[in-house]
Design a protein around this ligand. Structure first.
Ligand SMILES: Cc1ncc(COP(=O)(O)O)c(C=O)c1O
Length: 496
């Protein structure tokens, strides 16, 4: 119930006794708003605290506390013997609230955004948040259920009991040295990359890396080869940096380099996911990798290698990373802990070639606030203590089993409806639909039955010939996968 004060000049005070906000805070906020909006003029003499308390049916202490807060802010002044007044400070020139250009409009005119950001959000934005709930067939999430929570919390709690300066201060500008060392050792040992800790820059997830690389290396209108279909987050970041994306098709061998050269021989940057193409789930062939490196060298273009879930291979021994065969010095490797640990860490890194180290040192020192030191330290300890390698090994088995279950169940129950394509790594794959079933309709109908899938064209920047669904198997256990297929089958049958 909203109650108004009875005093003529304080009619504007609004207090709601049903609100969880303490009544004193409501009184303070309300008085403050009245003064800042000019509804109570400067020099106005406020009623005595006792009178106001009575009028508002609150205790005098409540009013005194509110007045003291306003006095401390300089909004009112108390003159001994004569009362409390709204301060003259409020007469100073201050910006007035912006009025709509046309007074009849309820909202002020839309603010002008930069051309790049306007283009990015008008073409591709969605209000949907990234997935956070596991289940069949959510993509982009790891298996929460198998994460070694006890081990993690022991490490994290131990860090919080350590030196205060380590966990309470600003972090090191390029990232915690221990973590940079742990990551570079991991990349040398497991991803075939020879690198130094000094080339690693810690960022708030791969997403921040893409934005940072784009803003550091692209001028508005620069042409960027982009896999079509391709990764949504990277696409949005690069467009927002002013990139002119060139949709380069992908086939079973990954990015069709020849087509890129035909569409745009001079390009500034190429973005690829060679270990597990997002979303088509193919591994880029070695020939294509060399072709891409040659094309980049010819154009003197940079390459972003996004290795977001390449740790999880379960087919044959994986092809090494693109970075590991790079002799050009043009590949910037981006990694994330969102899949290998969990996305809430918001922890990723860039491995930049030697020629870019100094620039990125200056950029990150100037602009990046970094990831909380406590998170970085916990991950460093997790890696250095050997838990990370154990976790990855274990997860390969878990994801292999989930993948196997998906393929097997689809073979048994989705014949002729959805051709689920086996993959050799990662946490998702695709299923191809027959032309008579539209991927958008299938996605909507599946969601009505509680099954989450994504149409391939959500990842496209230009039309493709594909008609199918992206299916995550990483965040659903075998039972959930079986149930998901059992619910998806009648949906697709009805559409067919
Ligand atoms: C292609 C791709 N790259 C990178 C990431 C990870 O991004 P971040 O580290 O910002 O969570 C994702 C997450 O889904 C992804 O799909």
């Amino acid at each position: 119930m909203v109650k108004r004060a009875g005093g003529a000049l304080l009619l504007g005070i609004r207090m709601d006794r049903a609100s969880p906000v303490p009544i004193g805070t409501q009184l303070y906020t309300s008085l403050r708003e009245l003064m800042l909006s000019g509804a109570i003029a400067t020099g106005f003499r406020l009623p005595a605290t006792r009178t106001l308390a009575k009028e508002l049916s609150v205790s005098r202490t409540t009013v005194v506390d509110a007045f003291e807060r306003l006095i401390a802010e300089g909004l009112i002044i108390s003159r001994v013997g004569s009362g409390t007044f709204v301060s003259d400070v409020l007469d100073a020139e201050r910006p007035r609230p912006a009025l709509p250009t046309d007074q009849s409009e309820a909202l002020p005119a839309k603010p002008k955004l930069s051309d790049a950001m306007d283009h990015a959000i008008s073409k591709f934005s969605s209000r949907a948040r990234l997935p956070y709930q596991s289940g069949a067939f959510v993509t982009a999430l790891p298996a929460y259920d198998v994460f070694p929570m006890a081990q993690w919390s022991r490490i994290a709690a131990g860090l919080w009991r350590g030196a205060r300066a380590d966990v309470l201060g600003y972090g090191e500008p390029f990232g915690l040295t221990r973590l940079r060392e742990a990551i570079s050792a991991h990349l040398r040992g497991n991803r075939g990359i020879s690198c130094e800790a000094g080339q690693i820059f810690i960022v708030g997830g791969a997403q921040q890396a893409f934005y940072l690389i784009g803003s550091a290396l692209l001028d508005p209108g620069d042409r960027v080869w982009f896999e079509n279909p391709g990764a949504i987050g990277a696409r949005n970041s690069l467009i927002a940096c002013g990139a002119d994306l060139v949709p380069v098709p992908v086939d079973r061998d990954g990015l069709v380099v020849e087509e890129g050269e035909r569409l745009s021989p001079s390009f500034r940057l190429a973005f690829v996911t060679p270990s597990h193409q997002q979303p088509m789930s193919r591994i880029m062939s070695l020939e294509r990798r060399f072709a891409l490196l040659r094309a980049a060298q010819r154009a003197q273009a940079w390459i972003i290698e996004d290795d977001y879930d390449g740790e999880f291979f379960f087919g044959r021994q994986p092809i090494a990373t693109l970075k590991s065969i790079d002799q050009t010095g043009l590949v910037i490797y981006v990694g994330t802990f969102s899949k290998s640990l969990f996305p809430a860490l918001r922890l990723g890194f860039m491995l930049v070639p030697p020629a870019l180290v100094e620039s990125f040192e200056r950029i990150t020192a100037s602009f990046i606030q970094g990831v909380p030191t406590s998170i970085q330290a916990a991950v460093a300890e997790f890696i250095q203590g050997g838990h990370f390698a154990t976790h990855i090994r274990r997860m390969r088995g878990v994801y292999a089993e989930r993948h196997e279950t998906l393929i097997e169940q689809a073979r048994q129950h989705l014949g002729g409806l959805l051709d689920v394509v086996p993959t050799e790594s990662g946490l998702h794959t695709i299923g191809l639909l027959p032309p008579r079933i539209s991927e958008r309709t299938a996605t909507r109908s599946a969601a009505e039955q509680g099954v989450i899938v994504s149409p391939i064209d959500r990842f496209s920047i230009a039309p493709t010939a594909f008609n199918g669904l992206v299916l995550g198997f990483g965040a659903a256990n075998p039972r959930e996968i079986r149930e998901g297929i059992a619910r998806l089958a009648p949906v697709l049958e009805a559409l067919a």
